[in-house]
Design a protein around this ligand. Structure first.
Ligand SMILES: [Zn+2]
Length: 502
């Protein structure tokens, strides 16, 4: 079939050669690849678990050394090391960094049903679709593309690490060299929020300079199509607390007289947003960098999927902040993560609470500065008549001010970043992926999620692209995380194509 395709299409493009390279390698080495992945998945990989993280780092170092790539550990004090290696290609004028992370989200074994987090098991397909447990393929056997490996990190993101290594193996076995110099960068604390990434990048900013960083992480589009993401939103968390009396009061003796902080907070929150979901804080949308032509066109294409997504999620009427999900993602959001004030359910008592607290999550887009957005929210709270503090009020402040709010921005905020879609290198990547699939390649100007890619643009001044490979129904971050085998190989094919593009 492959031969036939190249006869029909004429001389194969670099990228469709990429598909052949990946398919040939899969045919000959599938069992070996999946077994190496399973061994890697068996090592617990929570970033805070220093002893096991060290085992992961040395296992990864050995996997690279076995392939003839000496690994370097970039270490920030007290943090899991980033593992790097490079393939320098004589004559190559371009350098790409391939990124994946080897740490995973913490896991509660009690919640896992299909397997235990670090006991990788092989199933003939998704368990909820009738998959049965089976043995991993042995040498000479092939895996079905619908088969899945269940384990923490299978898809997020040890599967990504393994797909990158496998793409390099496939190229070498085919006697090919990449068309770019390749730097591998495997992070060990992505799921902990990458607190040491700036320090790690600064420690070798010359060595990590490249024409682009390609992130192999996260799930592909809900439609199953291949996907390139050009940007991510920034993130900021804010806690707001309102105050009633200085101790809990009997609601019979004091109700109708003592102010209730939960009511105050509810009223305050409804001044921040209208019923269509639009944020009504002054200037909230003012700093947004307008989208270019390519970005607007890509978002218009994506709107076709909204009805399907809304139906699957049981949403009768989405918010009307923007005409579509993709366009809504291009605006800063203000979301209530949770509210707490005294107790409910069986614990509910006849009290007037002393405080009410809301955890707010603000997703930021290009043009937003997180401190400036925080000030807009603080000003808004002030305009509602509140004394705004960054700590709990004193007794005299309580007596002097009827309305008091503590408004605090939690540590760890960062801004959005976005690579222009018309950047030639970005379009070369899209073209490379197009040649590997008869289906569309989804192009998302901005992912709804957040990653601190701004560190890369700020510190290394390098554009970033995301080429996710995992199945969208991978239970990422949850129990029974899994990787669909077909997605793994499709990812290998994508990486081979990117490393073969001219
Ligand atoms: Zn990830």
């Amino acid at each position: 079939l492959i031969l036939l395709a190249s006869m029909v299409l004429g001389p194969a493009s670099a990228a469709s050669q990429g598909s052949n390279v990946a398919a040939a390698f899969r045919a000959a080495h599938e069992a070996q690849v999946l077994s190496e992945l399973a061994g890697f998945l068996a090592i617990p990989n929570v970033a805070s678990d220093a002893a096991n993280i060290a085992k992961n780092a040395s296992a990864l170092g050995a996997m690279l050394a076995f392939r003839g790539f000496p690994a370097t550990q970039l270490v920030a004090k007290g943090a899991p090391p980033a593992i790097t290696a490079r393939w320098t290609v004589p004559g190559a004028t371009r350098t790409l960094v391939l990124y994946a992370h080897y740490d995973g989200q913490p896991a509660d074994p009690a919640k896992w049903k299909v397997t235990q987090p670090w006991r990788p098991l092989y199933f003939t397909r998704a368990v909820e679709r009738g998959g049965r447990r089976a043995q991993f393929p042995v040498a000479g056997q092939r895996a079905d593309s619908e088969a899945r490996i269940y384990a923490r990190g299978a898809s997020d993101d040890k599967g990504g690490v393994m797909a990158i290594l496998t793409a390099l193996d496939a190229l070498r076995v085919a006697g090919k060299t990449p068309t770019s110099n390749v730097i591998l960068f495997f992070e060990g604390e992505e799921e902990a929020g990458s607190p040491h990434l700036p320090e790690v990048l600064h420690s070798d900013s010359a060595g990590l300079k490249a024409d682009a960083w390609v992130f192999v992480d996260g799930p592909v589009h809900q439609s199953g199509a291949k996907e390139v993401l050009f940007g991510v939103r920034g993130d900021m968390h804010i806690d707001v607390t309102t105050y009633g009396a200085n101790r809990p009061l009997h609601s019979g003796h004091y109700g109708n007289w003592a102010p209730n902080p939960a009511e105050q907070l509810a009223r305050l929150l409804t001044t921040m947003k209208d019923s269509t979901g639009r944020v009504t804080i002054a200037g909230w949308y003012d700093d947004v960098t307008p989208l270019g032509q390519a970005e607007r066109a890509a978002n218009a294409d994506l709107a076709a999927y909204d009805t399907m997504v809304a139906r699957e999620l049981g949403i009768g009427r989405p918010y009307a902040v923007a005409p579509s999900l993709a366009e809504a993602i291009e605006l800063p959001s203000l979301n209530i993560n949770g509210i707490a004030s005294a107790d409910v359910g069986a614990q509910a008592r006849n009290v007037i609470p002393t405080t009410a607290t809301v955890a707010l999550d603000v997703r930021l887009v290009l043009g937003n500065d997180h401190d400036r957005m925080f000030q807009k929210l603080v000003e808004h709270v002030r305009r509602q008549g509140y004394l705004v503090l960054d700590r709990a009020p004193t007794d005299s402040e309580r007596l002097a001010h009827p309305l008091i709010a503590t408004v605090v921005q939690r540590a760890g905020s960062y801004d959005a970043s976005r690579t222009p879609m018309d950047l030639p290198l970005a379009q070369s990547v899209v073209q490379a992926l197009r040649a590997t699939t008869p289906g569309p390649v989804m192009q998302l100007p901005t992912s709804g999620g957040s990653l601190p890619l701004i560190y890369l643009t700020d510190i290394l001044h390098v554009p970033t692209l995301m080429v996710p490979i995992a199945n969208y129904d991978n239970n990422q971050h949850a129990e029974d995380e899994n990787l669909r085998i077909g997605n793994f190989w499709s990812g290998v094919e994508s990486i081979v194509a990117i490393l073969s593009m001219h």
